[in-house]
Ligand binder design. Structure first.
Ligand SMILES: NC(=O)c1ccc[n+]([C@@H]2O[C@H](COP(=O)([O-])OP(=O)(O)OC[C@H]3O[C@@H](n4cnc5c(N)ncnc54)[C@H](O)[C@@H]3O)[C@@H](O)[C@H]2O)c1
Length: 337
């Protein structure tokens, strides 16, 4: 079985990707410092796949831990999820974000070059498009100045990868620009585990439904959208996880010194109010929400053009928005049990 290092593999997207890698016949090797996840996720992953998952606790800025892992588990590719992702915190503590998000990529790439490890899939984000001038966004839509240090780390990391490939370092790279991941594994054994107050809409919705939060505030209902609230492209995390497997297969077909980038979304936009209404309908729960003022810096509407990932990787989402919101709620209920 081909071994793939998953940095940040105990996190939300990484843990679901570990499941999809096993389903596709790969052996995931997790490296996580648990700065934004819990070690129990690894046990739950083991329950899903029916055997123990190999996991190392450590910081991927630390080359010695990469050496240690590689000695016992010579991995043939890397999926680099490990990063800090709280947009608000990144504006308060920018250096923390630049150091971890950029530093870890630099260490990892140096290590890959040294060992001749060719394939890497990088977690980028639709945040690189900022407030786009036209919709839907394609991979050729110009990237905008980032709205936050977090967003800037994603742009800079993409640029580092492009420069590294240009330097003929012998690597092959795919950057995946995720839209808005939601949902959880259908078993409800793993899902999104936000630290403190959630930054993302759906964990806020599920926590409100569970009585942990009093109410949801919808930031603005007077934008130029069908119901006035912001529009996003919500993608089930299992579909997103599967895109990584397809990206690895694609990289295997390429020659070295290769770079490509794909949007990973559904191609559909849904408003914040539609999410609330769909959640209520699918789960037969009334949510307490209020309309608040617009939030500075919010992108009004964005969704992906997925033509490239559909045609080149042969990837198509399998889950609906209803599936996502049902699985998110089942996950939340499993946490409060
Ligand atoms: N969730 C989203 O909405 C979203 C959207 C676009 C892009 N992304 C990107 O996808 C990736 C994964 O996001 P996620 O939602 O799963 O986040 P997450 O916080 O759940 O997972 C990241 C994991 O990385 C670990 N980690 C952080 N720094 C580390 C380090 N130096 N060494 C080892 N482990 C470290 C954390 O403990 C955590 O388990 C991130 O790069 C994020 O920026 C996420």
């Amino acid at each position: 079985m081909k071994k793939i290092l998953i940095t940040g593999g105990a996190g939300y997207i990484g843990s679901h990707t570990a499941v999809e890698l096993v389903n596709a016949g790969f052996e995931p090797i997790i490296l996580d410092d648990f700065s934004n996840s819990q070690a129990s996720v690894v046990d739950r992953l083991g329950e899903i796949i029916g055997r123990e998952v190999i996991c190392f606790e450590g910081d991927c800025n630390d080359k010695s831990i990469l050496e240690k892992i590689y000695k016992d588990h010579p991995f043939e590719g890397v999926i680099h999820f490990a990063a800090f992702k709280a947009v608000g915190e990144s504006t308060q503590l920018p250096l923390k974000y630049y150091q971890n998000n950029i530093g870890s990529l630099v260490v990892l790439l140096g290590f890959m070059k040294e060992k001749g490890i060719q394939n890497i899939v990088f977690s980028s984000s639709c945040t690189v498009y900022g407030q786009p001038d036209s919709l839907p966004v394609t991979e050729d839509t110009p990237r905008k100045d980032a709205e936050s240090p977090y967003g800037n780390t994603k742009k800079i990391c993409e640029d580092i990868l492009v420069d590294f490939v240009k330097s003929k370092a012998g690597v092959k790279v795919v950057s995946l620009r995720y839209f808005n991941p939601v949902g959880a594994h259908p078993s409800a054994k793993i899902g999104e585990l936000p630290n403190g107050t959630p930054n993302n809409l759906v964990p806020f919705v599920t926590q409100t439904a569970a009585g942990i939060r009093e109410k949801i505030t919808v930031f603005g209902d007077d934008y130029d959208t069908i119901d006035g609230s912001c529009v996003r492209d919500f993608i089930h995390v299992m579909d997103l996880a599967n895109a990584h497997v397809k990206a690895l297969a694609y990289l295997e077909e390429q020659k070295v010194d290769f770079y490509d980038v794909f949007n990973v979304g559904t191609g559909n936009g849904n408003t914040v109010l539609e999410i609330i209404q769909t959640f209520e309908k699918v789960n037969r729960i009334k949510l307490n929400y209020e309309i608040g003022p617009r939030r500075p810096g919010d992108v009004v509407k964005i969704w992906a053009d997925t033509t490239k990932i559909n045609s080149v990787l042969g990837w198509h989402p399998q889950y609906t928005l209803e599936d996502s919101l049902r699985d998110s709620w089942n996950w939340e209920k499993s946490l409060t049990k």
